[in-house]
Design a protein around this ligand. Sequence first.
Ligand code: SF4
Length: 384
Amino acid sequence: MQGISHPAAVAPFAPPSGWRALTPENDPWDPIRSLQRFGRHELTSVELTVTHLCNMRCEHCAVGDSLTMKEAPHLPLELVLRRLDEVEHLETISMTGGEPTFSMETVRNIVIPVLKYARSRGIRTQLNSNVTMDYERYELIAPYLDVMHISFNYTQPEDFHEVGFARTGRNVSADTTSKMFERMIDNTRKLTKGGLFVSAESMINYRTYKKIADIHRIIAEMGCQRHEVHPMYPSSFASGLPAVTRTQMFEAVETLLDNRNPDIWMLFGTLPFFACSENEEERRLVRRLWEENKVTVRNDPDGRNRVNVNMFSGDVYVTDFASVPSFGNIQQEKLDDVFAKWREHPMQQAVNCHCPAASCCGPNLLVSDMYYRDTDFKTRRAIP
Ligand code: SF4
């Protein structure tokens, strides 16, 4: 195990010395690693939902329906840490919300203790945040964090206003949101300058697919080390939003590859394009993604090597947006036992294919539901 070492004075948020850097070659969140190592999917990653409070109401938010104005009490932290202790192959912990930094109580009582726990065990961490709150709270968190994961789908304050506040149910002035937008950019710059690894995620959707290269440029200007790109699949709270076609998605990915900053790691996820596709153009794109320097396609962790734990109820889900009902609870069960049940679940089995030659372990559930309802992936193989 790697122990805690104090952050260097020059880059206060840099990882402890001696820890292997997170790079395209070292992405501990990718389930292909544990599949290769153990010969089957194992639980190596736990995501904790630490709050249902948020200062925004993004139109695409996967958990929008569960956001609240008042928080219920958390389960005792000792119980959660004990359950994490029991996970035999635990490598990563992610924390999500809501906005995990919205309440200082959550920051002090949950976020920082979990991060310190992870550092003491040599476990990598990610926090999903909109980084629009005051910088001081990020400064408290950053020395113990590996990846600050932010959403970034904007080229100007007007986009931020439309995307982030469409569903607040109250009138938030353009002036207020413009200040938040500036603060988000300013906070990100300060964090990356301080040595923190910031991964900015953009969705390819009806708003962004034509300006994705401009979004990428701004992400690079903020100093982010990674740009993570996923298609948006309208589900749950976002089910009313228009979907982009596969062709538009294809074009957006190609545009990004043509215009990307070569110094930034581009991570694509949940794409609907596979090495087993009968469509030659899609296979060509898959090959291009594979061959380009500093570009990776991460297999989807949800239900492969990761589960989500709700820190209020203890319920365990495959994803944080709960379109699949909970299949266990940490108040009664060990996480490895809950995961073993999921591994045998028909929904997991339906997409449980693996082509080592393509480093692929199948589509995620939303992709398969949206584009491949009649496809049996277990009968398909990657085409060389
Ligand atoms: S692992 Fe599944 S989705 Fe990936 S290339 Fe093979 S058959 Fe296709």
